[in-house]
Design a protein around this ligand. Structure first.
Ligand SMILES: [Zn+2]
Ligand SMILES: [Zn+2]
Length: 221
């Protein structure tokens, strides 16, 4: 890439003349005071009309731009001539808009040619694998949901059992309480009865005494 040093125009390496913005060979290079170079179009678009500083090292170049624009000497013509002399094919390709077909970049690259039907086979194998994986995922999910259902059912049964036990216990407690109440009531009742009998017994005794007294008085008269 265009480096920050004074270039020896007689011995240019390709990486010395690559624009750091568009990454293609420099076309009409503009070399800024910091010795960084950009294509003229990249320079205009990204420096002259916007930041007025070198996009690589941030050196302010507004004064330099003003001065060189006036004298119309913004392109580094010595470098541009050297580039055209050293890399005529690349310059030509870039100017024709097909610089991507650089031979060196593709040297050693052997395109892999597929046998007929190979891609289709690969594709079908992938589809089959995906189907198998889906089936496996599905059965796993079903297994899990079955486990969950069983767990919920077990919990439900457990709750019911517990509920029933509680109910039975309460029922038993109720029975015991009822029995106790009844016993208490019986005791009170018997006590009352005994008292009543005693009172009655007394009354009978008094009545008998009165009767005896009345009879003896009648007999006397
Ligand atoms: Zn450029
Ligand atoms: Zn710079």
């Amino acid at each position: 890439m265009a480096s920050k040093r004074r270039l020896n125009y007689a011995e240019l390496a390709y990486e010395d003349v690559v624009c750091p913005i568009c990454l293609s060979i420099l076309i009409e290079p503009v070399t800024m005071p910091c010795w960084h170079s950009l294509c003229r179009s990249c320079f205009t678009l990204h420096v002259q009309e916007t930041s007025l500083e070198c996009p690589l090292c941030r050196m302010r170049i507004s004064v330099w731009v003003r001065r060189n624009s006036k004298t119309n000497s913004i392109v580094n013509n010595r470098l541009w001539t050297a580039i055209k002399e050293n890399f005529p094919a690349k310059v030509e390709a870039r100017l024709q808009g097909r610089e991507d077909s650089d031979e060196e970049e593709y040297a050693g690259f052997e395109p892999k040619v597929c046998a007929p039907g190979e891609i289709k086979q690969e594709y079908e194998a992938l589809v089959q694998q995906e189907i198998r994986e889906q089936a496996s995922r599905k059965s796993q999910e079903e297994e899990l949901s079955n486990q969950l259902i069983q767990q919920l059912q077990e919990e439900e049964r457990c709750k019911l059992r517990h509920h029933k036990q509680t109910e039975e216990r309460l029922c038993k407690e109720d029975e015991i309480l009822a029995k106790k109440i009844k016993e208490a009531e019986d005791t009170v009742l018997q006590e009352k009865l005994r008292h009543l009998r005693m009172v009655c017994g007394n009354d009978e005794e008094v009545a008998r005494q009165i009767e005896v007294r009345d009879y003896s008085q009648t007999a006397l008269t």
